[in-house]
Design a protein around this ligand. Structure first.
Ligand SMILES: [Fe+2]
Ligand SMILES: [Fe+2]
Length: 155
């Protein structure tokens, strides 16, 4: 497989579900670049790339939904901002796929590189910020639920 996007240990959030999904997304981007690099470029190739990009969009949507669910579970204070960022990225990706299909122009490595940089920037920025909160406060918050706190104050 191509070394377009080589996963770095430092990108791990240490939240197992999230890391698993991020790595799967990185692998999908590598596979898209692999397909792009194949010399035999026919209609079948275009269809295959279109399908792979659609899959990537779906997996991205599922990942965002799952990450947002984890944020809600621990009342993450930057939830709204993080979700807004997800919506923008998701819309950009959908628009990109639509343009490829409409123009029938195929995928260029420049746009895929932009996608890669977005992916890494989001993981090392917003996702890491969430992970820090999750590890510092989140698990603690989960143990002492709001319900038990309010019962304690009755005493
Ligand atoms: Fe995120
Ligand atoms: Fe993420």
């Amino acid at each position: 497989m191509t070394d377009f996007l080589v996963w770095q240990e430092g990108w791990n959030t240490d939240i197992p579900d999230i890391d698993k999904q991020h790595i799967a997304m990185a692998n999908m981007l590598n596979q898209i670049v692999d397909a792009l690099n194949q010399s035999d470029k026919g209609q079948k190739y275009e269809q295959e790339l279109g399908r792979m990009l659609n899959d990537f969009l779906n997996v991205t949507r599922e990942h965002f939904a799952s990450e947002e669910e984890q944020m809600r579970q621990i009342d993450y204070p930057d939830y709204v901002e993080h979700k807004k960022e997800h919506l923008i990225l998701q819309a950009d990706l959908a628009q990109y796929i639509l343009e490829i299909k409409r123009a029938k122009s195929g995928i260029d490595i420049g746009t895929l590189s932009a996608l890669k940089h977005w992916f890494i920037a989001h993981i090392t920025g917003e996702d890491k910020a969430f992970a820090n909160y999750y590890h510092d406060k989140g698990l603690e918050g989960k143990k002492g639920s709001k319900r038990s706190e309010s019962i304690e104050t009755i005493d």
